[in-house]
Design a protein around this ligand. Structure first.
Ligand code: ATP
Length: 221
């Protein structure tokens, strides 16, 4: 698995301040961490790779396939990029139970011809992450670890070719953060899917950074 990124994007905040992102890197590592201070452009970079933010120009390639190429007018929609996204706060739907949250990640949704296949995939991940016993519970009834596993299961249910992780522990208190980091490390060791993580936490960098990229002022240093 490889990522080949070369993008530029100018954003202007409501206050009129402008920020220029100019990112260029290539990685073939199984676990890549993009590390940098607050406001460096980490989230913008991850959103661009995921297809949630359109660069002004440049290219984004995954395994040689163009996901974005401004000169060739290629812009593969987020849902078709084959990437699983784990949001900072896990972004589980509070009104859906664990099984429904995981099922929500399915590309084609529940009501379609491949419904049975989808349900099997959901069951597989619930079992793999030991969530069967809490499958009918809603997010607020879960422990921090169960929440993280449910969010990961949702990100993995489509069998993505890579996992994008946005500051996965930043919303947690220090004790839970240490436990969740251990748990994620163990889970990632079991699945072979490569990951790209953004973080400002040096411990994440040490633990997950097979390849370490420093991002400062919108640029990879
Ligand atoms: N949608 C947007 N519109 C305008 N400006 C934005 C937008 N998103 C981010 N920015 C600005 O771009 C810069 C980089 O933001 P980004 O969220 O990528 O930083 P970050 O490195 O992820 O920071 P943090 O670690 O605090 O999340 C910041 O100055 C931010 O204010």
């Amino acid at each position: 698995m490889s990522f080949d990124i070369d993008i530029r994007k100018q954003v202007t905040s409501d206050g009129g301040r402008s920020f220029e992102l100019a990112i260029r890197f290539r990685t073939e590592a199984r676990r890549t961490v993009i590390y940098g201070p607050s406001g460096a452009g980490k989230s913008l970079t991850l959103q661009a790779i995921a297809g949630l933010l359109k660069p002004d120009e440049g290219t984004i390639r995954c395994d040689g396939q163009a996901l974005f190429d401004s000169s060739a007018r290629i812009d593969v929609p987020a849902r078709e990029r084959g990437l699983g996204y784990l949001f900072q706060d896990y972004a589980l739907f509070p009104h859906l139970n664990v099984r429904q949250n995981v099922g929500f990640g399915l590309r084609r949704g529940w009501l379609n011809p491949s419904r049975r296949h989808g349900a099997e995939a959901v069951d597989r991940w619930l079992q793999a992450f030991e969530l069967e016993a809490v499958a009918g519970q809603r997010p607020h009834q879960l422990s921090g670890g169960q929440r993280q596993r449910a969010a990961l299961a949702r990100a993995l249910v489509n069998e993505p070719r890579a996992l994008l992780l946005d500051e996965p522990f930043s919303a947690l208190d220090p004790a839970l953060r240490t436990r969740m980091r251990d748990e994620l490390d163990a889970l990632l060791a079991r699945i072979t899917i490569p990951m790209l993580m953004i973080t400002h936490d040096p411990e994440d960098l040490e633990r997950f950074g097979d390849e370490k990229l420093l991002l400062q002022d919108g640029r990879i240093a």
